[in-house]
Design a protein around this ligand. Structure first.
Ligand code: GBH
Length: 461
């Protein structure tokens, strides 16, 4: 079970989830500061980044994917705050000193509140502001950062933030969700162009592509579908995946999407001539965040879910597989299928798993943090990546979500995805068994021959 030479092992985080220090050195508020009451401390990474880079180095990873807080760099959305950039300057130097390649994500959901006040993502101007912001960050870090991701999961930002209101800024308009999705894509295109013009070595973006299937297909992918179930699967695949993949990689929206957008928005006026050409920039790398599949079936009486405009008659299903603590079904085989699908449809595209991980309840004892469920989860998903590579998928690396237990957005601090445990009262970090296991995998460049056993009642006592 070894991985190709040059395979990138890494770990991912995002600014809002770990940095804290929300008013330090001139940072302005972001939409997530406004949306969440209890958020100011997070992991205090802003002050502890040196120690945290030590933890990253201890893992032996070759890459660390972090995100830049737009509200540190442009607190009022307009004027660059050099002190905000200083933080990333120090972080990048610390990473390079530790032998870890910095991968910068420019937008992981934390829009400056000042730009939300001017209209946020439903406003076209935000895409142009993003390009200016990208250029400002590149100007400071571009001599040392080679790999740039414009956006993280635009589906979430648009449809949970502006459609379902479950994420910041908490707005509930399907029209605004579709306009946001388009403007996020446009921001990617304008940002990618600005980065490229400034000499960025590698430009990519990150999507949460979700394999879509019926409950029966979870265990049996080849299972033939009833016509109405095939239609339900196709409809959700358009909204979740093709809405983003096709403009980015083919320069066109799927035909099936446009009537849905037109119905929600009244017209297609926000999609202007030339936009798709801007969105369709050459991509050096597509980041894929994978956690769990979307499982659906036809159910005529079902109303549309606000996060899925046009999903009338589609039921989102649970499946009788193992689940994480958040209830997300654990289906590693879907990661293989997803990577193979992408490499099949886009044979020249380099892929990277930019997030994969899980929330579990960890067993904290005096002698360590025991998270055998997470070890098993990671192991099974790495096997799935390996199977995809064997089948010819161009997967260049794998980054675990995430370094530290952190602020899990609307779910707060109770969700634990970290390789390192954080005691939020003291900010003490301790490696979980999964951190030690991952370090061993990286050292070997392969999965160890045996996997750790789940403790029995006897061994626990
Ligand atoms: C990632 O998103 C994020 O990039 C990361 O910041 C986060 O910490 C990590 O996952 C763990 O959650 O029930 O309709 O609200 C994961 C993609 C898509 C998963 C939306 C949760 C909830 C859908 N997410 N999904 S809904």
């Amino acid at each position: 079970m070894s991985f190709p030479d040059g395979f990138v092992w890494g770990v991912s985080t995002s600014a809002f989830q770990i940095e804290g220090a929300t008013s330090a050195d001139g940072r302005g508020p972001s939409i997530w500061d406004t949306f969440l009451a209890d958020h100011a401390g997070a992991c205090d990474h802003y002050h502890r980044y040196r120690d945290d880079v030590g933890l990253i180095r201890d893992l032996g990873v070759s890459a660390y994917r972090f995100s830049v807080s737009w509200a540190r760099v442009l607190p009022d959305g307009e004027k660059v705050n050099p002190a905000g950039l200083d933080f990333y300057d120090r972080l990048v130097d610390e990473l390079l000193g530790a032998g870890v390649a910095p991968y910068a994500t420019l937008y992981h959901w934390d829009l400056p509140q000042a730009l939300e006040d001017l209209g946020g993502w439903p406003s076209r101007d935000t895409a142009h502001r993003f390009a200016d912001y990208a250029a400002a960050v590149h100007e400071r870090l571009g001599d040392r950062v080679d790999t740039w991701f414009t956006l993280n999961e635009p589906w979430v930002a648009a449809f949970l933030g502006y459609g379902a209101g479950r994420h910041a800024p908490g707005r509930t308009s399907t029209a605004d969700a579709f306009r946001s999705a388009h403007h996020l894509l446009l921001a990617h295109g304008l940002g990618a162009r600005a980065l490229r013009a400034a000499g960025a070595a590698k430009v990519g973006t990150v999507l949460n592509i979700s394999p879509v299937m019926t409950p029966a297909q979870v265990g049996d992918p080849a299972r033939p579908l009833a016509e109405e179930d095939a239609e339900a699967v196709a409809r959700i695949d358009v909204l979740a995946n093709r809405q983003f993949l096709e403009p980015l990689l083919r320069g066109a929206y799927p035909d099936e999407l446009l009537p849905v957008v037109e119905r929600a928005c009244g017209d297609l006026g926000h999609v202007r001539d030339g936009d798709l050409g801007i969105i369709n920039q050459p991509l050096d790398l597509l980041g894929v965040n994978y956690y769990t599949p979307l499982v659906v079936q036809a159910q005529p009486s079902e109303p549309a879910d606000p996060a899925w405009p046009g999903s009338e008659g589609v039921l989102f299903c649970t499946v009788p597989t193992a689940v994480t603590a958040m209830g997300w079904p654990i289906v590693p085989d879907c990661l293989t299928r997803l990577l193979r699908r992408l490499s099949g449809e886009y044979p020249d595209l380099d892929l990277m798993v930019t997030e994969n991980g899980a929330d579990f309840v960890d067993v904290v004892t005096g002698d360590g943090i025991h998270d055998v469920d997470r070890v098993h989860f990671l192991e099974e998903h790495l096997r799935a990546v390996r199977s995809a590579i064997d089948a010819g998928a161009r997967v260049r690396g794998y980054l675990v979500w995430t370094l530290l237990d952190n602020l899990e957005w609307a779910d707060g601090y109770r969700r634990k995805f970290g390789l390192y445990h954080v005691d939020f009262a003291t900010q003490r970090r301790r490696p979980k068994d999964s951190a030690l296991w991952y370090r061993d995998v990286i050292r070997r460049g392969a999965l160890p021959p045996t996997r750790p056993k789940r403790p029995t009642l006897e061994t626990v006592a």
